[in-house]
Write a protein that binds this ligand. Structure first.
Ligand code: EPZ
Length: 426
């Protein structure tokens, strides 16, 4: 297992960084490639992440031809043959996001079998909203031996009001509705940019999806879908992670190709703290003087609220800004584990259910820390850049799920950071 080693304390990030296509867009887009019964689908700007390889295996496990050209960052999918309707347990169990293949397989095959996603460190993450919506569309759902089986000769349009604007459930139901008989209205739908990206691809495939990005989706079912070409939208969470890295180190960084509109909640909070954020022709520039930043209160919410996927990284910024900041995590019930690790670096914070009070501005000391989930890994690395001395971050499998060449990109901006494998490390 690799370790990332950071020499922190005097880092000031400068220069420009290019971000990748969005992990949370490409995974549902790959699920959508199951739907077309004619033509091939080409996805461009694909990020090279372990989660993408896992989803590729899920799709290939359905007897679908898929080629991943890593040099060109493109995936070509041909789903025109007879496909299977059971997603392979060995891959689905590795990544809960695989559950979004349920809707497409069911819509195309009339039957689907997908293993129940396992637990997750950041919360229980049930899929009741996915299943309830499919039942409203006429599916018979059963759960036997850890598998979900769904059957529907032909799904029919339905009116669905989501108890919670779940991203995955919105994606599953949107895809299922594209081949249903009639019109499906999804109210209180998720509004994330990745939902919009999926709707754009589905419409390119011949679907009729309206309202993406708003709380009400109207999907009129069609007979068949065909292949299409699509550029995966830029990763707003990777972009936001580098914005925070620049802010924490009194840096001056241009995040190339970052989309202002997709990062508005984060940019509003950074500006409130005193960070200088400007929209430039080729991206977003972040300049800051850490000594002048002020503490803030942040509450995570479904888009367009502050993204939960930026919570851990933002608490790293709060940890180095002088004063008492408050982070309220309303989306997941157990997403403060990184604060326990930061305590080892000298951070004082109190956690009370969904609220963390962060006493920022203390001198942090480097220490060996362990990442507990994807975004926590990034947060610990960012903190290591500011803490005095050496920080070692292990369990990097979490990091590799969502960040491509993360330490190389930070090194190119001026961070003193290396990634060593266990053997060298010893
Ligand atoms: C997506 O997960 C993202 N993953 C997550 O990113 C992100 O944190 C999350 O959306 C929220 O923005 C991908 O897109 C692959 P949800 P998803 O369904 O779809 C509850 C990262 O770091 N819920 O919106 O699983 C659930 O328990 C990852 O990149 C139900 O109660 O998120 C949670 O509390 C982490 N019943 C809340 O909704 C359901 O049927 C948000 O879940 C579904 C969800």
């Amino acid at each position: 297992m690799d370790t990332i080693i950071i020499e922190g304390g005097s880092t000031r990030l400068k220069g420009q960084v290019t971000i990748e296509g969005a992990k949370n867009a490409v995974l549902p887009l790959l699920a959508a490639t199951i739907l077309p019964q004619e033509g091939k689908t080409l996805l461009r700007n694909v990020p090279i992440l372990s989660d993408v390889f896992t989803m590729n295996n899920v799709v290939k496990g359905l007897n679908i031809a898929l080629e991943f050209n890593q040099e060109k960052k493109e995936i070509l999918v041909d789903a025109t043959g007879d496909i299977l309707d059971e997603a392979p347990y060995e891959y689905v169990s590795q990544m809960r996001a695989s559950i979004v293949v349920l809707g497409p397989i069911l819509a195309r095959q009339g039957h689907a079998k997908v293993s129940m996603p396992g637990g997750c460190s950041i919360g229980s993450r049930p899929i009741d909203l996915h299943l309830k919506g499919l039942e409203l569309m006429g599916a018979k759902i059963s759960q036997v031996g850890g598998d979900i089986t769904a059957t529907a000769k032909k799904l029919k349009g339905a009116n669905i009001y989501m108890d919670f604007p779940s991203v995955g459930a919105t994606q599953n139901l949107m895809m299922a509705a594209t081949l249903a008989d009639g019109v499906t209205v999804i109210e209180n739908a998720a509004r994330e940019p990745e939902i919009v990206d999926l709707a754009v691809l589905l419409n390119k495939m011949g679907a009729d999806v309206k309202g993406a990005g708003t709380e009400t989706l109207i999907i009129t079912g069609v007979e068949r879908l065909h292949g299409a070409e699509h550029d995966v939208v830029q990763d707003r969470i990777e972009a936001g992670t580098f914005m925070i890295a620049a802010a924490m180190t009194s840096g001056d960084v241009l995040i190339k190709d970052a989309i202002w509109e997709h990062n508005r909640p984060l940019l509003a909070k950074l500006t409130e703290m005193g960070v200088e954020a400007t929209e430039e022709a080729d991206g977003i520039r972040i300049k800051s003087d850490l000594t002048k930043l002020k503490p803030v209160t942040v509450k995570t919410l479904p888009h367009p609220g502050f993204p939960t996927d930026m919570q851990a990284q933002f608490t790293a910024l709060m940890a180095v800004v002088n004063g008492e900041s408050t982070m309220i995590e309303t989306v997941f019930e157990n997403r403060f584990q990184h604060l326990e690790e930061m305590r080892r670096m000298g951070l004082h914070s109190e956690i009370l259910r969904d609220t963390a009070i962060i006493h920022g501005g203390q001198d942090l000391q480097g220490a060996p820390v362990m990442s507990t989930d994807l975004r926590a890994s990034a947060a610990l690395i960012l903190t290591g850049m500011v803490a005095k001395g050496q920080t070692k971050v292990t369990k990097l499998n979490h990091l590799d799920r969502g960040y491509y060449q993360f330490h190389e990109k930070l090194k190119a901006l001026g961070a003193k950071i290396e990634r060593v494998s266990e053997v060298e490390h010893v």
